[in-house]
Write a protein that binds this ligand. Structure first.
Ligand code: SAM
Length: 329
């Protein structure tokens, strides 16, 4: 197999097993399940990620939501959102004073402007370009404090860089909020709950006994805990497609995610539909919003006895599905 850009960069930066002493720890900030970490010795590795899916993918390694020192080096895997990428660099630098910071990313995820912005602050030791991306490294210096994640406010709700709809309420979610079922029943789940917008609206509108917010991004779920203070809310940091619910639900609400790492729509959305069918009671219903061009109808018909478009506009459709077939995963 061809050597990945990250493996090549780790070798050039001197971060392979035979360069590290038994005490040296290297943290990898923000890897996706696809990140090639084969060049790093598992026993020296710390995975720093807020994503439950990443924790599941690297089960068996030292996975944390925040770094724990001392660290001799940090690898930052560049995410798509600019503010989140900068916050990860700032977090890595703070966790690894004087250590080596290696940043690796795709051009499509914005590694080039990040490279320029880092070079304007510190001396970059070296870099490699390969496979439509760049990896570069530098000695950590206290020059990145202003890149730390700053909470934002959207319509009175708290958000953080990198969480879904960090800068404004998603129009699809807003449409679903205007078309919530009048009687959702006692137990409701919000799969991929984000920072809590749909759950907050549903709790405000209906007589619900328990609202379960399931979200894989711990940063988003932390915001949801601030935004949804209603005692009926239950928070679950989990991969919704694998989650085992404490009860079966009367209603599942969702605005399914469009992508996760390289796993794009509609696969992930279809996995969410399968999860909804699995966690609903036989008389329960799924109400979802989707971009009109996303082909979810076949997956819904495969897992539910009745599927209807119950509302919509030019951009989005609200699909309501009843009679879940729980046998299929
Ligand atoms: C389109 S957003 C909807 C967020 C929120 N419900 C709203 O309407 O604003 C989808 C959410 O699903 C989350 N997500 C992605 N993959 C997930 C998974 N496997 N398990 C749980 N949540 C996931 C994302 O982090 C994101 O917050």
């Amino acid at each position: 197999m061809a050597q990945s850009r990250l493996s090549l960069a780790l070798a050039e930066a001197g971060l392979l097993a035979d360069h590290l002493s038994a005490e040296d720890r290297v943290a990898v900030f923000g890897p996706t399940p696809e990140t090639d970490l084969s060049a790093l010795p598992p026993a020296r590795l710390q995975i720093v990620s807020r994503d439950a899916v990443v924790h599941d993918a690297f089960a068996g390694l030292d996975c944390r939501t925040g770094a724990e020192g001392p660290l001799m080096a940090a690898v930052v895997v560049v995410p798509r959102a600019k503010a989140e990428a900068r916050a990860l660099v700032a977090e890595a630098v703070a966790a690894c004073p004087g250590g080596l910071i290696l940043v690796d990313g795709q051009k499509t995820d914005g590694v080039e402007p990040l490279f320029k912005a880092c070079r304007a602050r510190v001396e970059v030791s070296s870099h490699v370009t390969k496979a439509h991306g760049r990896a570069f490294w530098f000695r950590a210096a206290p020059m990145f404090d202003d890149w730390q994640a700053q909470p934002g406010m959207v319509d009175g709700f708290r958000t953080l860089p990198g969480v879904f709809s960090a800068d404004g309420i998603d129009p699809g979610s807003a449409l679903l909020a205007r078309n919530l079922p009048a009687k959702p029943g006692r137990h409701v789940a919000d799969l991929g709950a984000g920072w809590g917008f749909l759950s907050a609206r549903a709790l405000a509108a209906a007589r619900i006994e328990e609202m379960h917010l399931v979200e894989s991004n711990a940063a988003a779920l932390d915001c949801a805990r601030v935004n949804v203070t209603d005692p009926r809310a239950r928070f679950h940091w989990a991969d919704a497609t694998q989650w085992e619910p404490p009860v079966l639900f009367d209603t599942v609400l969702m605005n399914p995610p469009f992508h996760q790492g390289r796993r794009g729509a509609p696969d992930l959305g279809i996995a969410f539909i399968a999860a909804a069918a699995r966690v609903l009671r036989p008389g329960g219903q799924l109400v979802l919003v989707a971009n009109r061009h996303l082909p979810y109808e076949a997956a819904l018909q495969a897992r539910f006895g009745k599927v209807d478009e119950t509302a919509g506009d030019g951009g989005f459709k609200i699909l309501t599905a009843q009679r879940p077939k729980r046998g299929r995963r």
